[in-house]
Design a protein around this ligand. Structure first.
Ligand code: SAM
Length: 272
């Protein structure tokens, strides 16, 4: 074995361990522990996600499922509509934990599962070539790109390119848009979805958004969203505003991520 190979092996092992622990601050063991302890608090948001996905019925029977972790928030019945699912995540624990949470039920219904440990954002062009007939679901992963890159502007540019790469595909995403502290945790009335459509690709100050039936400047619409959750202090922007093509009707879903700390998630399905 050459010296270079030894270094390469060491670097691979270090990456494996880092991804096992926290997947570049986006998942890993940290995430699984938090998810298991939060499942009950997340129940209303999991219900919103299940209702939303029940209304999405792609014609394709092959799904590329990206960044799904153990699928803590995914409903098994929606996954069962596919004949084959290729699961891409950088976290080495995913085959074990996704298998425990969904694997047995899916296999019993004849769904073939294939696990791949790889960066599916950087490797997206290759995945699209390998699987020309598959549709894609980004499962709460795109809002973490800015954490992994450590730069919001680069993340926003990269994320803005995805829709062009995916132009001929059926695809969808659920991702973080904003997250931050709240004054007091809201009860059940907070758990309805808000219809949200970004109407143009203008810069932030002049972009227009249709929120429910009302058209507002982007910044005004964001303030409305935040006040619905009793937001206080500084909120984090996940740099995902340009993920969907302008005009895509999206749903904004409130999520009590941890006590006194909420997220607004955005979800939509895009057809070519
Ligand atoms: C917030 S967690 C996803 C949560 C998931 N929806 C659930 O219900 O548990 C983000 C996941 O994306 C994975 N991930 C982050 N960046 C990735 C990338 N570039 N390619 C593939 N997976 C990635 C992480 O390992 C993690 O499992």
């Amino acid at each position: 074995m050459s010296v270079r190979n030894k270094h390469q092996l060491k670097a691979d092992a270090a990456n494996w361990l880092k991804d096992l622990a926290n997947a570049g601050d986006t998942g890993g063991l940290n995430w699984h522990v938090h998810a298991v302890r939060s499942l009950q608090r997340w129940l209303p948001t999991r219900g919103l996600i299940a209702a939303l996905l029940a209304g999405i019925q792609p014609a394709q029977k092959h799904l590329l499922l990206i960044g799904c972790s153990a699928g803590w928030m995914l409903p098994t019945p929606w996954l069962a509509r596919f004949e084959r699912i290729d699961i891409y995540d950088i976290d080495p624990l995913v085959p074990l934990l996704f298998g425990l949470r969904h694997g047995r039920a899916l296999k019993a219904q004849g769904v073939q599962l294939h696990y791949r440990r790889q960066d599916a954002i950087v490797g997206l062009p290759g995945l699209l070539n390998q699987h020309p007939d598959a549709c894609l679901w980004f499962d709460n992963v795109l809002g973490q790109v800015s954490f992994r890159l450590g730069d919001e502007d680069i993340a926003e540019r990269q994320l803005g390119q995805l829709k062009h790469l995916l132009a001929r595909r059926s695809w969808g995403s659920l991702h973080d848009v904003y997250s931050g502290p709240v004054d007091s945790d809201m009860g059940l009335p907070a758990y309805d979805t808000v219809r949200w459509t970004r109407l143009d690709d203008e810069p932030e100050e002049t972009a227009k958004v249709r929120i429910q039936e009302q058209v507002c400047l982007h910044e005004v619409a964001v303030q409305q969203l935040l006040s619905r959750l009793n937001a206080k202090g500084v909120w984090h922007d996940h740099a995902t505003r340009t993920v969907f093509p302008p005009g895509t009707q999206t749903s904004m879903l409130p999520w009590a991520f941890r006590p006194h700390y909420w997220h607004w998630l955005q979800a939509a399905w895009v057809r070519p």
